[in-house]
Design a protein. Structure first.
Length: 184
């Protein structure tokens, strides 16, 4: 069972039956990546229509690379022995053979450690910038506290974006520290 699909996983799964669970862009990208590497990929997702949660270009790529897409599919049971997956049973009762399982189940903000110190959106992501009534894009509802990456409400939810926002946050912190308290 994996939570990422990079070159090592692609090599490991070549010519194997693989299930990718999820309906978002990350699941679609993983399914295409693994299929291009020679895996026999099936994408399992809960919704009736993949276009509700995945970009049209990725849906086209799934088709282009022969990824089987199973709508309204949820895993109820895993089967295997000695740490190896042999099959899954769906909630419908259907059993499917897979050797590898990749989970892309959606972004969770994991912001509970802030204990309500800053304002959140309805899903628990931290509000920043104009949504938090601040001038700086990454500043939260508490002056001098910044949020970057996936935890930020409205962020792109991509690694490169998180890195860039993190670098920006450092710049905002330096700017704040250089500004005298009476001038803030």
């Amino acid at each position: 069972m994996f939570y990422a699909a990079g070159p090592p996983e692609g090599r490991l799964c070549a010519a194997s039956r693989v299930a990718v669970v999820g309906g978002g862009n990350s699941a679609g990208q993983a399914a295409v990546w693994l299929s291009r590497g020679g895996a026999l990929v099936t994408l399992l997702h809960r919704r009736a229509d993949l276009s509700e949660t995945m970009s049209a270009y990725l849906i086209a790529e799934l088709d282009r690379y022969g990824v089987a897409v199973r709508d309204r599919s949820e895993i109820a049971e895993l089967h295997g022995a000695d740490g190896r997956l042999d099959a899954v049973t769906l909630r419908s009762g259907e059993q499917l053979s897979f050797s590898f399982l990749f989970l892309f189940l959606g972004a969770m903000p994991c912001s509970e450690w802030l204990a309500g110190a800053v304002d959140y959106d309805e899903n628990g992501f931290v509000l920043t910038g104009s949504a938090a009534h601040c001038d700086d894009l990454l500043e939260t509802s508490v002056p001098g506290i910044f949020a970057a990456g996936d935890v930020r409400s409205g962020s792109t939810k991509r690694c490169a974006t998180a890195v860039g926002e993190g670098a920006m946050a450092v710049q905002f912190v330096h700017k704040r520290l250089a500004t005298p308290a009476h001038a803030r």
